[in-house]
Design a protein around this ligand. Structure first.
Ligand SMILES: CC(C)N1CCN(Cc2ccc(Cn3ccc4ccc(-c5n[nH]c(N)c5C#N)cc43)cc2)CC1
Length: 224
């Protein structure tokens, strides 16, 4: 998968050189390219924003730099993702859908957002998705893009070491995951549930499912 990220804070994505995504890049599983939107400005101040038509607080990101950047980056195979508080909710299902795409481009806005005509222009030409990380307000699209990239790329075969662990994760089966434990068997007086030491794999699987259901009922009844 190729991923392109356009942002006025390219250094924000240096973290993508680390950990599993960094290793996947080194192994050629992922081709991640971060671009500074200001590279497509034409004025000496490298201006990317201006006042909103119709008045109102804040500034709006100008369409011209975005148009020149995206014209260079997008292909017929690209899904353009625009993180936005007004977008569809980002879920595990969306992550799974995006993980099958050959090319993702993330347009990370700042200020009050990107001039609507940029989204309209590229919507006419193919796949544009406004996607929201959740019902809270961030200062820009970078944090959301980072989360979406991590949730999506970890589903690509070979990116994480143990594909089996993808199957029992929260939200994959519609339930929250069961509690997990490791050595020592007793820690500060807290014992590991005895069933997990029994070696009875059928009983352990049953117990884990019951724990998942109980946890989901407690924390996320909306998922049941
Ligand atoms: C009345 C007038 C003063 N209102 C002022 C608040 N406006 C809403 C508003 C609020 C913040 C931002 C900052 N921002 C800029 C680009 C950008 C991309 C994503 C997100 C974002 N926030 N939360 C998520 N789940 C997101 C995602 N994905 C936030 C972004 C942009 C826009 C609405 C207008």
């Amino acid at each position: 998968m190729r991923i392109d990220i356009v942002t006025i804070f390219p250094a924000f994505f240096d973290v993508l050189d680390l950990s599993l995504i960094g290793k996947a890049r080194a192994r050629g599983l992922l081709d991640v390219n971060v671009h500074d939107l200001r590279a497509w400005t034409r004025d000496r101040h490298r201006t990317v924003d201006d006042t909103p038509y119709g008045g109102g607080a804040g500034m709006v990101m100008k369409p011209e730099p975005w148009g020149e950047a995206l014209d260079e980056i997008l292909t017929d195979e690209t899904t353009l993702i625009v993180p936005s508080p007004a977008g569809e909710k980002f879920t595990q299902s969306v992550a799974r859908e995006l993980s099958a795409r050959p090319h993702l481009a993330f347009a990370c806005g700042r200020y009050e957002g990107i001039d609507q005509r940029v989204i309209d222009h590229y919507a006419d030409r193919g796949r544009v998705r406004l996607v929201s990380l959740g019902d809270y307000v961030l200062n820009g699209g970078e944090v959301a893009a980072m989360a979406m990239i991590e949730a999506t790329t970890r589903l690509i075969p070979g990116v994480i070491g143990n594909p089996g662990s993808l199957l029992e994760e929260s939200h994959e089966e519609g339930l929250l995951e069961y509690p997990i434990y490791t050595k020592p068997p007793v820690w500060r007086g807290h014992e590991v549930p005895e069933i997990l030491l029994s070696g009875n794999h059928g009983a352990i699987a049953q117990w884990r499912h019951e724990q998942s259901v109980a946890r989901t009922r407690e924390q996320r009844p909306d998922l049941l």
